[in-house]
Write a protein that binds this ligand. Structure first.
Ligand SMILES: [Zn+2]
Length: 336
C-alpha cells in the first residue's frame, strides 16, 4: 500500500451519522443515488439539499447567493458534487465534509475546483475538508463498472510521466522532479497489485485506490502541478468531450486515452492494458457506448486542441493523425 499523505480521511461504514450529529445545521450537495442511501442514516435533516449540477462560475455563484445559512457543507457523490461542495465551503467559509460515491473521485483530495469555462477546464478556489469520509457501503452501492473505472486517474501516470520526459527534452514546461517521477511508477505498481481486489469488490481494493488518489492530490499541491499524473491521455479525453459534446465517466475515458497514447508513445502499452483488464473495468467501445468515429474525430482534434488550450507539451503536440496512427489506436482499443 502507498504510504499516503494528504487530507484527513476515515474509512468505514455509517460515517456521516456521527458527523451530522455534531453539527447544528448543514448544507448537502449531492447526487441523487448516494443521497438516497445516506439520508436515512443521518442524525437530523440538512438545511438544504442542493443538486450537484454544472460547474460553471455563474451557476456556482448563484448557489452561493441563494444557499441558506448553515454551519457546515457536506458533499455526497461524484466529482461535480465534491467540486460544488468545495466551492460553497470556500466562498461561505464553512467547514467541509466529503463523502465520495466512487473511488474515481480525486476531486475530494484536491484543493482547487475544476470550473468549466469556454470549452475547457479552469482551476480556481482553495478547499481543505475537515475530513473525507470513505463509506464502503456507499461505494458498494455504485455500479461496479464505475468503481473499477476509478483506476483511470492513477493509470494516467503511465502516459503522463512519459509526456513529462518529452516536455523536459523539448525544453518546455515544468522541470523534472525525480521523486514525483519515481512515484508515478510506484502508483502504477500499487495499481497492478490492487486491481484484482478492486475487481472482486473488496473494501481494501477501494481503500488502496483511494489512498493513491489522496497521495496524488497531496503531491499535485506540493509540486504545484500535475505533470506526473496528467498528460496526453487527459488531453485526448478533453478533446473527446469537446468534439462529441458528451461526458463519459472520467476514469473510463482517461483509460481509453492511456491505452491509445501509450501505444502512440511506444511506451509499454501492454502494462496499462494488463492493469485495466485485471481490474475488469470496461474498455471495449461497445460496452462504453462509444463509436469508433468518435474516437477518430477526437484523435484528429487533439493536436490543435492542445495548442489552442495551451496544454503541457506531450505526445499530442504535432501528432500526425494518419492511417498508420489510427490503426495503432484501433489495435490499442482492440477495435476490430
Ligand atoms: Zn483526471
Amino acid at each position: 500500500m502507498i504510504d499516503a499523505r494528504g487530507f484527513a480521511v476515515v474509512y468505514g461504514r455509517d460515517l456521516l451519522a456521527g458527523v451530522t450529529g455534531s453539527l447544528d445545521s448543514y448544507l448537502v450537495v449531492a447526487h441523487p443515488e448516494p443521497w438516497a442511501l445516506v439520508a436515512p442514516t443521518l442524525a437530523h435533516a440538512p438545511a438544504a439539499v442542493i443538486d450537484a449540477g454544472e460547474l460553471t462560475l455563474d451557476h456556482l455563484e448563484q448557489l452561493v447567493a441563494t444557499a441558506p445559512d448553515a454551519s457546515a457543507v457536506v458533499g455526497i457523490g461524484g466529482g461535480s458534487a465534491m467540486d460544488t461542495a468545495k466551492w460553497l465551503h470556500w466562498r461561505l467559509q464553512r467547514p467541509l465534509y466529503q463523502v465520495p460515491s466512487l473511488p474515481s473521485v480525486n476531486a475530494c483530495f484536491t484543493h482547487m475546483i475544476a470550473l468549466r469555462d469556454a470549452g475547457g477546464v479552469r482551476y480556481a478556489g482553495d478547499a481543505v475538508p475537515e475530513r473525507v469520509l470513505v463509506d464502503f457501503d456507499v461505494m458498494a452501492a455504485a455500479p461496479p463498472a464505475l468503481v473499477r473505472g476509478g483506476i483511470g486517474d492513477v493509470l494516467s501516470c503511465h502516459t503522463a510521466r512519459h509526456d513529462w520526459q518529452l516536455g523536459v527534452a523539448a525544453g518546455r514546461d515544468h522541470p523534472w522532479d525525480e521523486q514525483a517521477a519515481a512515484m508515478s511508477l510506484a502508483y502504477l505498481d500499487e495499481l497492478e497489485s490492487l486491481a484484482p481486489r478492486l475487481a472482486a469488490g473488496l473494501d481494501d481494493g477501494v481503500q488502496r485506490l483511494m489512498e493513491c488518489h489522496r497521495d496524488i492530490g497531496w503531491r499535485c499541491h506540493e509540486l504545484g502541478h500535475a505533470r506526473f499524473e496528467e498528460g496526453s491521455e487527459h488531453f485526448f479525453a478533453y478533446a473527446f468531450e469537446e468534439v462529441t459534446g458528451r461526458a463519459i465517466m472520467h476514469g473510463e475515458l482517461v483509460t481509453l486515452g492511456v491505452l491509445i497514447m501509450s501505444a502512440v508513445q511506444g511506451n509499454d502499452p501492454e502494462r496499462p492494458r494488463r492493469i485495466a483488464d485485471a481490474s475488469m473495468m470496461r474498455t471495449a467501445l461497445a460496452d462504453l457506448g462509444i463509436s469508433w468515429a468518435e474516437v477518430e474525430s477526437s484523435l484528429r482534434r487533439v493536436p490543435s486542441f492542445v495548442e489552442e488550450q495551451r496544454l503541457w507539451y506531450s505526445a499530442a503536440n504535432g501528432l500526425v493523425v494518419d492511417d498508420a496512427l489510427l490503426s495503432i489506436a484501433r489495435e490499442a482499443l482492440r477495435f476490430p
